[in-house]
Ligand binder design. Structure first.
Ligand code: NAP
Length: 250
């Protein structure tokens, strides 16, 4: 279990859900793992909750380009390189078309799209030949699900980045790929503002559409992210693979 021995791995949103499962798997595989926390309170909570998991936890809200810039500069100054970069931080606020506000629209795009784009840009000075960048999109980028118009559009932009940024960076020996999770058991839905009853109702509806008949586990996404981060995927660039129990394709 040393697929990432001595590698410097940066995961955004590493304190929860898919990012956390990936951080644990990366650490088990020998990586030095660094993450962010979106504000001072989350920073303190993350440090207390995971005293041995992360080599560094740095405050950075990925919706703000200047905070992203400071985050990567701090990492670059200390480690001089980034071998694996998992851009995972993201959120979604489901709402029907007539209830979406401009503020909500901008915030989802700021976190999910601007956050990913400027993270790659600001990390670039430290991404060396052989580095692997992994973007977390979602199968909603190819499905028309009611209530998810803004979120799905943000994830379609991320899917696009997997291809365009690959084309820009492949000449420098940097691989960019995407993982596209289906419904995964994480705190994602509890942060949407929906009540527990609403979450259960939505979950029941989603369940009907998953051919494997269950939600996925964060570890099942992390397993694939580890593959992309390691040299096992050395001939893969610009790809997007669904980890979704068959939901997008069957
Ligand atoms: N769960 C699913 O079914 C599913 C399916 C497809 C794709 N995804 C994608 O997977 C990724 C991880 O989601 P998850 O399901 O693991 O949910 P999660 O447990 O809520 O994790 C999201 C992570 O992103 C962080 N984050 C959110 N906004 C941020 C900001 N402005 N600045 C910095 N960090 C921020 C969160 O920090 P806090 O803990 O402080 O909020 C958290 O660490 C997201 O991009 C999501 O869109 C999830």
């Amino acid at each position: 279990m040393t697929k990432l021995a001595g590698k410097v791995a940066v995961i955004t949103g590493g304190n929860s859900g898919i990012g956390l499962a990936t951080a644990q798997l990366f650490k088990e595989n020998g990586a030095i793992v660094i993450t962010n926390a979106r504000n001072e309170q989350r920073l303190a909570e993350t440090k207390e909750q995971f005293p041995n998991l992360f080599a560094d936890i740095i405050q950075a809200d990925v919706s703000k380009a200047e905070e992203i810039s400071a985050f990567f500069k701090a990492i670059g100054d200390k480690y001089q390189k980034i071998d694996a970069l998992f851009l995972n931080a993201g959120l979604g606020v489901p709402a029907p078309l007539d209830q979406v506000t401009e503020e909500q629209f901008d915030y989802e795009f700021d976190v999910n799209v601007k956050g990913v784009f400027f993270s790659v840009q600001k990390a670039l000075p430290y991404l060396k030949e052989g580095a692997s960048v992994i973007l977390n999109t979602s199968i909603v980028n190819q499905k028309g699900m009611p209530g998810f118009s803004v979120y799905s559009a943000t994830k379609a932009a991320v899917r696009s980045f997997a291809r365009t940024l690959s084309a820009e960076l492949v000449g420098r020996g940097i691989r960019v790929n995407a993982v596209s999770p289906g419904p995964i058991e994480t705190p994602f839905f509890s942060k949407t503002g929906m009540s527990e009853e609403q979450i259960n109702e939505v979950a029941q509806g989603i369940l009907q559409g998953i051919p494997l008949g269950r939600f996925g586990k964060a570890k099942e996404v992390a397993n694939y992210v580890l593959f992309l981060a390691s040299d096992d995927s050395s001939f893969m660039v610009g790809t997007e693979v669904e980890v979704d129990g068959g939901m997008a394709t069957l």
